[in-house]
Design a protein around this ligand. Sequence first.
Ligand SMILES: [Zn+2]
Length: 377
Amino acid sequence: MKDLARKYRPRSLSDIVGQPVVVQTLSNAIKNNSLHHAHLFVGQFGSGKTSLARILAAMENCSVSPGIKPCGKCEICKKIFNGIHTDVREIDAASSAGSAEDIRKLKTSARYNPVDGCKVKYYILDEIGRASPTAGDALLKLIEEPPAGVKFVLATTEVQKLRPAIQSRCQRHDIRKIYWGEIAERLKVVAKKEKVEVEDTAINICARLAQGSMRNGLQNLEKLSDYVGDSILTGKAADELFGSVDETLLYELFDYLIGLKSSKIDTSSGLQVINKILQTGVEFRIIYQNLVEYLRNMVVMLTASNPFEFIDVSQEGKRRLKEQCIVCQKKQKHKALFHIQSALNEAKQSVDLNMSAEHALQSWYVRSVIVYNDSNL
Ligand SMILES: [Zn+2]
């Protein structure tokens, strides 16, 4: 698997995952021939803003099948999707077009007719929020009175830095973070196309760690494939690579916390497990995420009639969760779990304020055991 993020970059609106509102708005506009002359895409890094901008340009300029599904194969499409078409200029506003002088130059060049077969010229201005204030003035004028046959796509991660006057002249599209389940579905399809065998647990780890970005998800999958070589991409390998807490340790920790192994209150065994977890070298951030996830799973176990529809763990994980759930249910410990969660959030804040992960986790654990055994909770 090589360069997956590039290879599987969307080339038409139907390839876009997790953005139904944007896709529907742009589909309708292209069908009704009413595409706005200036679009503003707002979203985090890797959310697909540039891909969307290229798709817009290709939908209007493809020489074979312009419209909702550009061919992706004609010379124009190929150049657009490689970011090298002369009539579809991609400009990093944070650097090259950051000055007013650059925008003025752009204004002059925008007046000329397309030179390489396009019907509509596109200017894709990335990181527009970081352009200088004078460049903003020049850009505003340009967008207010755009030359005929020219369209603009502005993209930014920091919309608050973009002047309201510019924002109001664009059609704004917010690119939301993609739900990890949707990323996982796409990664499965990609793995199949690449003829790579991969366990669902591994796919899920790649997708969850993608922070809502398909590009990150694909990069995680590629990294995992590089790591395991020719063998199957397993959940265990993903754990090793991305540093999740070994799930056995996690269940062991909660076995002690909820007194599944002994009814006597003794925090030493649990504290030993915490040390073991820390010795594996996993970052606190990941340990925190895994603990949050565990607590969330347990609350779902306690409250849902069909919990495994919403919980995604291994077979062994399901068995352990069921076992622990029975204990919590017997003792009516729903409320205590919420207090344990709050204590965990406080531990995270302490680490953010430079307390050592070891100290914070140990305090959290001891506090959790006390809370769990408090008969009032
Ligand atoms: Zn084409």
